[in-house]
Design a binder for this molecule. Sequence first.
Ligand SMILES: [Zn+2]
Length: 266
Amino acid sequence: MRLAKCGVGFLLTCCVQHILLVYCPTPLFAYQHTHKNFTVHMREEIPPEITGVLDRVDRLLAAADLNDETQHHEIYIINSFALSRFLLLRNVHFGCNLPNGNTYVTSADVVNDVARCETISPDDRRIRTLSETITHEIVHALIRNRVGWRADQRLPAWIKEGYCEFVADGSAIDHRTGLKMLKSVSGDFTPGLQNFRWRLMIEYLIAARRMTIHEIIRHPPTYRLVESEVIAALRGDEAALLERLGSRIATPRPRPGETPGGPESR
Ligand SMILES: [Zn+2]
């Protein structure tokens, strides 16, 4: 009996310590750099290129209706698969944002503005820009702050993820692959396609249907209706749809490894 009590006590202590570490992980990250509304934490020295990355995040957020210029953002770049699994207790692909607003990025090359997908699957080695990844995760916090934790839990994933991708103005797959797969009737799938589809749907609601994100959140449209409208428009006349959506998805920003206007590198 006494042994069982000791075991339960030990387990509780471990849980409390783990929660403290996840929510106050600063002791694990020896280096910090603050720029504008952001503090980046890393376990290794932070390259000066982080300033450019954060400037890009700042510009992307500034264009978002839900942005809050008074809010400060804590960003932890883990750069260790083992530590990432230990802290977050799950397989996080690029990053995540916790209920206290902390953003975690699992693996990044700050110098080249690259975030890597960290999975145990050798088939999923996607990359995207670090600035997109940080922006995406911060937008999760902005949505939660705006609607509250309970409403955020009830909000459909396609609206949350789609809006995060819309503000981040990028995807974990290149747009040509994404558009081609959505147009195809074969049902081909690649990791990242789901978020690309959701981003296109949100972009459609905002740019073509002239809805604000506040209206979308207050009265979420029916998923199937929006999806079928977007896919029908895409299969009917892709160029006309992209024109209606404006320049954002039609002329995406270069992906990691691409030169502006150059060919897709992957
Ligand atoms: Zn997300």
